[in-house]
Design a protein around this ligand. Structure first.
Ligand code: NAP
Length: 461
């Protein structure tokens, strides 16, 4: 039996491992989920919502285990306290809109006709989750899917192998029936085989573009609904009227927090020539304050990347850009803990352009490129020069200008004077190779249900 392993970035050793489930056993898990689904969907919405909220609350009680476990699995420093803030905010918010989002759209209610569009759960939803924000990305789908009356099977990333198991434990201890929310340890082949065998009614995949392609291929011809939340290369644009200090603070945080491993992390910044020099100088000072080190040390503000192979990609992109003329502004001597492996110093590059992979491909590390621009049109062209489109962060005091530029940017979300945040009231979505579909908000509920039309003609005497 093959084992799925989490190699800890803290020390490069196996932190946890679980046997990959063979296909026949996995099919039994799916079958239990299917059998449990109708009874779960028949329970009153309030009951389902409250059980999910109890699951969220139960996970919070596990904070003392969750936080160091996350540090060991993917390197997030313990001082940040896990990801409960976003996890709770999203879980709690979707609970407040569930009734409205799922209520039928009544077209006619007369003595002759009842015509309405109801929302029906899909059935069994498969959630494939990434390691970078392992709880927050999972709750985006798990909470609304369960509330809507689906049963859910979660397959978590190898790097965060314990997260699905722990979430399910919390939810089941809180009263969610065991067959309604199940964790499964699967390799890629078995995941694909299950999808190809029409096991699921909806698959939500959050991860890389290549992973998304594999899921789409596995689902081809099955008509299984897919939500694909994939990579990004999110830009920031600082206009000449921006609040400079706020822009530096938010954009540098957006570029480097979680060691830059955020789907909506800031990966490239375009700054108006009037502010460029000061922006760069302040950004270098901001980033130089990080303390890179062991994530279990409360003093550490920047942990290792989740895996040394992710750090290797960042190092390669930086080296390639520097070979092509980029200037690396962060002195490596400030970060002696950089070990050439998972522990990676943050970096800011200038003299960059879009011929460099560093400015085009997802870096997913604590490194960002800054370019000077002269005009909005140049900034728009550069922001759109990407295969991705998740978010864009505009910095200006002029909301109308931001809205105008926002209309021209190919992106899922337009931010003004903020970045790197998922508002659960808005739809989380992307364009181009960032994927398809949308989660959270009313639209997230719609994507986890299907419309069912009732056209009832009443018999009148
Ligand atoms: P990944 O390698 O694609 O893995 C994501 C999840 O999919 C993991 O559970 C992984 O399992 C599984 N997986 C990958 N390929 C698969 C396949 N062929 N068949 C079945 N399962 C497969 O991505 P990651 O490195 O974990 O996450 C980082 C990426 O996710 C970045 O590109 C980031 O931008 C993106 N992301 C996007 C969003 C968004 O909202 N758009 C949010 C977070 C992250 P294993 O770990 O076992 O391989």
């Amino acid at each position: 039996m093959s084992m799925i392993k989490c190699i800890s970035p803290v020390n490069g050793e196996v932190y946890a491992e679980r046997p990959a489930m063979p296909l026949e056993l996995a099919k039994q898990v799916v079958s239990r989920a299917r059998q449990a689904q109708k009874a779960w969907a028949r329970r009153p919405l309030d009951e389902r919502v409250n059980l999910v909220l109890s699951g969220v609350a139960r996970l919070n009680e596990m904070v003392d285990e969750v936080v160091p476990e996350l540090a060991w699995q993917m390197g997030r420093p313990v001082r940040y306290g896990g990801e409960f803030k976003g996890f709770n905010e999203r879980g709690n918010y979707v609970a407040t809109i569930a009734a409205d989002a799922l209520k039928p759209l009544v077209i006619e209610e007369s003595d002759r006709f009842e015509r309405r569009i109801a929302r029906e759960p899909h059935g069994v939803v498969f959630v494939v989750a990434p390691w970078n924000y392992p709880y927050m990305t999972a709750i985006n789908t798990v909470a609304p899917a369960l509330m809507a009356g689906n049963t859910v099977i979660i397959k978590h990333a190898s790097q965060t192998i314990l997260v699905g198991e722990r979430m399910v434990r919390a939810f089941v201890e809180a009263g969610v029936p065991a067959d309604v929310f199940q964790n499964i340890f699967l390799d890629h082949e078995t995941s694909a085989a299950l999808i190809a065998a029409k096991s699921f009614d909806f698959v939500n995949f959050t991860g890389s573009v290549e992973g998304g392609r594999s899921i789409e291929r596995a689902a081809a011809g099955t008509f299984t609904g897919l939500g694909l939340e994939l990579g990004g290369k999110d830009p920031g644009y600082v206009m000449e009227d921006a609040d400079l200090d706020a822009a530096v603070d938010t954009l540098m945080d957006g570029a480097t927090y979680n060691s830059g491993q955020c789907c909506c992390g800031i990966e490239r910044i375009y700054v108006h020539e009037k502010l460029y020099d000061t922006f760069v100088e302040k950004s270098v000072a901001w980033v130089s304050n990080y303390k890179l080190g062991n994530p279990l040390d409360p003093e550490t503000t920047l942990g290792p990347m989740a895996n040394k192979r992710f750090a290797a990609t960042v190092r390669e992109q930086i080296a390639d850009a520097v070979a092509k003329g980029a200037k690396a502004l962060i002195d490596p001597k400030l970060f002696p803990q950089d070990d050439g492996g998972a522990y990676l110093a943050p970096q800011i590059l200038t003299n960059v352009d879009h011929s460099m992979a560093f400015m085009r491909e997802e870096t997913f590390g604590p490194a960002v490129g800054i370019m000077k621009v002269k005009s909005d049109s140049q900034a728009i062209e550069l922001m759109n020069d990407s295969q991705y489109g998740l978010t864009a962060s505009l910095w200006t005091k002029d909301a109308e200008r931001a809205a105008r530029i926002g209309a021209d940017i190919e992106t899922g979300t337009v931010f003004m004077n903020r970045a790197d945040y998922l508002d659960p009231a808005l739809c989380w979505t992307g364009v181009k190779e960032t994927g398809r579909g949308g989660s959270l908000s009313v639209i997230g509920f719609q994507n986890l249900t299907r419309p069912k039309s009732y056209h009832l003609k009443k018999v009148t005497a």
